[in-house]
Design a protein around this ligand. Structure first.
Ligand SMILES: [Mg+2]
Length: 266
């Protein structure tokens, strides 16, 4: 396996030494920081048209074995990925749309969620720039615009987790309190039990701590896990940034049908 030295001293494995035949690979992608670049306001995130197009081609080439697995809810993911309609795992394991288009959901305890939303909103009201995002089975406190408040936000989230019984996920510039004990690893396992994913070798790309659960599940199917960016990980491989994944994706999917890849488009 080739190790490439990066200017920041980190190492990553060269994924080009591995083959991923579309007919025998199950492709899993996290969304934020992986398919889409991280942006200041999580509502303003966009997926580049050429990335979406490559994803669409890979979906076709692989006979449908492409899924996006994210902390976001399925409806939000659909809006970003439109017109593509993929199998999706959402809300950190609480929601899933299977390859047949059926939805599976963990029941939400609305009262617990609403109490936590109130607590976090009170805090955000006195700290400009913080954003509270209420989802069906979780509540996220985003502090990307106030990174100096990270410690205060995490302490608050930990205290809320202790009193609410919700579990805490600490991500990049976000602390999220969620209801279910399910993880991205459970979502991958659900997909791997069904056609067209079943019997294939999975590869999972992700950038954040919640993706570690998916990475940890992969050895069961001799899978390949790819951490995007720096930071500690149990992944078997690493790519330096989303742009490297996007280049890999375009290479896997080949040129767009009815045209050739534009030179220098990256
Ligand atoms: Mg991510």
């Amino acid at each position: 396996m080739v190790q490439c030295s990066r200017s920041n001293g980190a190492l990553y494995d060269d994924l080009s030494t591995l083959a991923f035949p579309p007919s025998s690979t199950a492709f899993f992608f996290d969304f934020d920081g992986t398919l889409a670049e991280i942006v200041e306001d999580p509502r303003a995130v966009r997926i580049a048209p050429e990335v979406l197009e490559a994803l669409s081609r890979l979906h076709r080439m692989s006979g449908g074995a492409v899924a996006v697995v994210s902390g976001r809810e399925i409806d939000a993911l659909d809006a970003f990925l439109s017109p593509l309609r993929l199998p999706l795992g959402g809300a950190h394991g609480s929601e899933r749309r299977d390859p047949q288009g059926r939805r599976h959901q963990v029941e939400a305890d609305r009262q617990s969620i609403e109490r936590v939303v109130e607590q976090l909103n009170r805090f955000a009201a006195s700290h400009e720039g913080l954003l509270v995002e209420a989802k069906r089975t979780s509540v996220a406190l985003h502090y990307r615009r106030r990174p100096e408040l990270e410690r205060a936000c995490r302490e608050l989230a930990r205290a809320v987790a202790d009193t609410s019984g919700l579990s805490l996920l600490e991500g990049k510039m976000v602390a999220e309190l969620k209801l279910s004990g399910r993880t991205k690893g459970d979502l991958v396992a659900d997909f791997m039990a069904e056609a067209p994913f079943r019997g294939r070798r999975p590869v999972f790309f992700g950038d954040d701590v919640t993706d570690e659960d998916a990475f940890g599940a992969l050895p069961r199917w001799d899978g390949v896990s790819v951490k995007i960016g720096g930071g500690p990980t149990i992944a078997t491989h690493r790519m330096p940034d989303p742009a490297a994944l996007h280049a890999w994706l375009r290479g896997m999917a080949g040129p767009p049908s009815g045209g050739t890849e534009r030179a220098g488009s990256s």
